[in-house]
Design a protein around this ligand. Structure first.
Ligand SMILES: Cc1cc2nc3c(=O)[nH]c(=O)nc-3n(C[C@H](O)[C@H](O)[C@H](O)COP(=O)(O)OP(=O)(O)OC[C@H]3O[C@@H](n4cnc5c(N)ncnc54)[C@H](O)[C@@H]3O)c2cc1C
Length: 398
């Protein structure tokens, strides 16, 4: 190691989950490092050229996500051309309207980066860009330090507790913890200039739009993002499809008006690795009461289902000192679809950041942290934890 640094909490991954985690811990007065391998923050939401902050509501008129996730949604508006829908969900809106007229907003990925960076600066988070976690040090079950690398060399980052918001469970995997994987469809979103009609939400300007591609409906990606070689293969297969797309389009349009401008800076695997946690959220887990819930989420795909989120789904089974958040937390199958999106990832990030901070404050094993402490801290921020907190009653047995 070239040198050693010490923090109370170290968060890996400056995607929306990691940013929410770092903000939550720093706002409690802790010294927090946020380690990101790219030079852009926001993770898939920005580097993946995603532009829809999916809903904070249940699609039936009830807001279920608040806290830092809501704060981020409002901050995302400042440097963009988009507005919140005037009316979302609720009585009198058709099923189709409930699906699309929700408490969600489109955003400019570049504008969102500017806002997120300001939020981190305001909270005093120590952001480390262009810094990759390469290895993890442990003492018994306890993760004690990260070995990271950047242009200064190899650095040891010690901390009292860690949040794995890497989208690929890198801390958990490097520490020998178990993960679950899933398939991905081939997809790639890019910014392009296009002559096509402009009345679509995909447009940023007169001709500029984000063009989402799902190549052939059932085209399964080469690999799940867990293998370095396959990350390259995935990316290059997408490029090959794009070349075919543009060459085909030039049979009827001109390259002077239809051409690519920017490609995503992250491979668009929706799911890479979910940390094996003390509780794995799974298909049809909505409406279930969890005594240790740290937040709610709706289902972005359909109005109705609301999920409580047990703290246990952020606690890797075999490791002390680590919480998982965002799209690498303990959610699989259909639950992974629900939990991997921006507002929900940020909601779990805030809880994981608080849990890490409370683990340090209470000097306890992260697996033994009293969930009521996390809940108390979240309640003080007006975050709804249980269905009953938002007057919903669809409980089934835990
Ligand atoms: C094609 C596609 C379309 C989507 N569309 C939408 C949509 O319209 N709306 C929506 O809400 N969601 C959408 N999503 C999902 C959503 O964008 C992501 O799942 C969400 O942003 C994940 O956030 P996260 O913070 O959990 O993870 P990530 O965004 O993956 O962040 C993880 C961060 O960790 C960093 N990292 C990883 N490994 C290391 C390491 N070793 N060292 C240091 N840093 C590391 C990464 O660089 C990254 O910045 C879409 C996803 C895809 C793929």
């Amino acid at each position: 190691m070239d040198f050693t640094v010490k923090y109370d909490v170290a968060v890996v991954g400056a995607g929306v989950a990691g940013i929410a985690a770092a903000l939550a811990a720093a706002r409690r007065g802790h010294k927090v490092a946020l380690i990101e391998k790219q030079t852009l923050i926001g993770g898939l939401a920005t580097s993946g050229l995603i532009y829809i902050y999916l809903p904070l509501c249940d699609g039936k008129g009830t807001q279920v996500i608040k806290g830092i996730s809501e704060e981020m949604l409002y901050r995302s508006l400042e440097f963009s051309q988009f507005d919140l829908p005037k009316e979302w969900g609720g009585a009198g809106i058709s099923e189709v309207g409930q699906r699309f007229n929700r408490l969600r907003v489109d955003f400019s990925p570049a504008g969102f980066i500017l806002s997120l960076d300001e939020m981190l600066a305001e909270a005093g988070v120590d952001l480390w860009l262009d810094t990759r976690v390469c290895a993890v040090q442990k003492s018994g079950d306890k993760v004690t330090a990260l070995e990271v690398e950047n242009t200064s060399g190899r650095i040891l980052v010690q901390a009292g507790a860690f949040v794995d918001a890497s989208g690929e469970a890198i801390i958990v995997r490097r520490a020998g913890g178990a993960v679950e994987c899933d398939y991905n469809n081939l997809s790639l979103w890019l910014i392009e200039n296009t002559p096509e009609a402009q009345d679509s939400t995909y447009y940023f300007g007169k001709t500029l739009r984000v063009k989402p591609f799902m190549f052939a409906k059932n085209d399964i990606a080469p690999g799940d993002g867990m293998d370095g070689r396959k990350v390259t293969d995935f990316t290059r297969v997408c490029y090959k499809h794009l070349r075919e797309f543009y060459r085909e389009s030039y049979k009827t349009s001109s390259r002077y008006e239809h051409y690519p401008i920017h490609l995503p800076a992250m491979p668009q695997f929706r799911k890479i690795a979910a940390a094996k946690c003390r509780f794995m959220l799974d298909t049809k887990g909505y409406g279930v009461h969890h005594e240790d819930s740290i937040g709610l989420t709706g289902d972005w795909r359909a109005p109705g289902p609301v999920w409580e989120t047990p703290l246990r789904s952020l606690v890797p089974e075999t490791l002390d000192g680590v919480f998982a958040a965002g799209r690498c937390m303990g959610a699989i199958n259909d639950a992974w679809e629900v939990y991997r999106v921006i507002p929900t990832a940020a909601m779990t990030g805030e809880a994981a950041g608080l849990a890490a901070a409370l683990t340090v404050e209470n000097k306890c094993d992260s697996r033994d942290l009293d969930y009521k402490l996390v809940q108390d801290a979240l309640r003080k921020k007006d975050v709804p934890l249980h269905l009953r907190d938002v007057n919903l009653t669809a409980y089934t047995a835990d």
